[in-house]
Design a protein around this ligand. Structure first.
Ligand code: FNR
Ligand code: LAC
Length: 339
């Protein structure tokens, strides 16, 4: 079998190696999985407008995310319970990201502690599931600050537990695994019906870390996020894993960018599978895209080396598409690049 040449190859191989319940948890979306499918389809509907006869000898993919220098406008989205997919779990992913200077976002529900993950020493943010008890949330925030995480990514699209039917059907094999950030006997909850804008204000006032709100899908909420002091708005439908029939993230990106009006950075995730997808999102106003499932497929296939390979492929695809599109730097990617 030859080496993977694109992210889809990792997916096919991972499905051959993973057990049924790990696969269901990783692949699955909510209900009919309409939103899950639509995320990728929305990227595939877009077309690029190549400009020619521009010297593209030197391509520069670097950018800054909330001031942090990164190698490309593609980062690793937060994902829970990575030990389900490979024994080396989150630290392997974080090391691969650090190796390539790619932004890594550590999940509250990681299999390993945020301090262990931070040993990779790359650009890193902490994804926060705010807990009902402010003291528990506060303790997580203090630890993230101490471990050198550069921003808090507060996930806001989990007001109710998702109805993921693939998981439900396999309920005999519980996918809930050990949580590396929980104290002994503690359970850190992802579903949070008590989340409010007022709580976001309390989180903001409790830290000097910049706040990113992940799971914003409308212009109205994007404007509220900026009002409440968010430094960045992350357009996400949780990879189609929460509210089925939410639109594709790419379809709401421009609405969010317009509402933010330059008052915050905008990121997007959901269905990013190619370097060209990043170009499309950046052309529509995103500062960066984040990748979820494909990184985990690569982890399942080859641990740290697998993720290194997946990030290298994305980098190569991005450079290739930029050259053929006639843009030399991320700053040159503009609305005119995409139809
Ligand atoms: C996730 N996602 C997620 N998001 C989050 O804020 N905290 C988390 O702990 C998790 N956990 C998680 C586990 C798994 C297995 C998946 C697939 C996803 C959502 C993730 O950050 C991201 O929004 C989506 O995965 C992006 O969509 P794609 O790239 O998977 O299509
Ligand atoms: C998930 C939760 C943990 O998507 O965010 O599985």
């Amino acid at each position: 079998v030859s080496d993977p040449v694109n992210l889809h190859d990792f997916c096919a191989r991972a499905r051959d190696t993973l057990g049924e319940s790990a696969c269901a948890y990783l692949d699955g979306g909510a209900s009919d999985e309409i939103t899950l499918r639509e995320n990728e389809a929305a990227f595939q509907r877009r077309r690029l407008r190549p400009r020619v006869l521009r010297d593209v000898t030197d391509i520069d993919t670097t950018t800054r995310l909330l001031g942090a220098a990164v190698a490309m406008p593609i980062g690793v989205a937060p994902t829970a319970y990575n030990a389900l997919f490979h024994p080396d779990a989150e630290p392997a992913v974080a090391r691969a990201a650090a190796h390539r200077d790619v932004m890594y976002v550590a999940s509250t529900n990681s299999s390993c502690s945020m301090e262990t993950i931070a040993k990779a020493e790359g650009p890193r943010w902490f994804q926060l599931y705010a807990q009902e008890d402010d003291a528990v949330t506060g303790a997580l925030i203090r630890r993230a600050e101490a471990a050198g995480y550069g921003a808090l990514v507060v996930t806001v699209d989990t007001a109710a537990p998702a109805r993921r039917e693939r998981d439900t059907r396999l309920s005999d094999s519980d996918t809930r695994a050990a949580q590396g950030n929980a104290a002994p006997g503690q359970w850190l909850e992802a579903a949070a019906p008590f989340l409010t804008w007022e709580l976001i204000g309390r989180v903001r006032d409790s830290t000097s870390l910049p706040l990113v709100l992940k799971g914003i899908m409308t212009g109205e909420d994007a404007a509220l996020a900026v009002e409440h002091g968010a430094a960045a708005v992350w357009v996400s439908n949780h990879g189609g894993r929460q509210l089925d029939r939410a639109p594709a993230t790419l379809e709401v990106l421009e609405e969010v960018v317009a509402a933010v009006g330059g008052g915050a950075e905008v990121y997007v995730d959901g269905g990013v599978r190619r370097g060209a997808d990043a170009i499309i999102a950046v052309a529509l106003g995103a500062r960066a895209v984040f990748v979820g499932r494909p990184v985990l497929y690569a982890l399942a296939c080859g641990g740290e080396q697998g993720v290194r390979d997946a990030l290298r492929i994305l980098d190569e695809e991005l450079r290739n598409a930029m050259a053929l599109l006639g843009v030399r730097s991320v700053g040159d990617i503009s609305r005119e690049c995409v139809v």
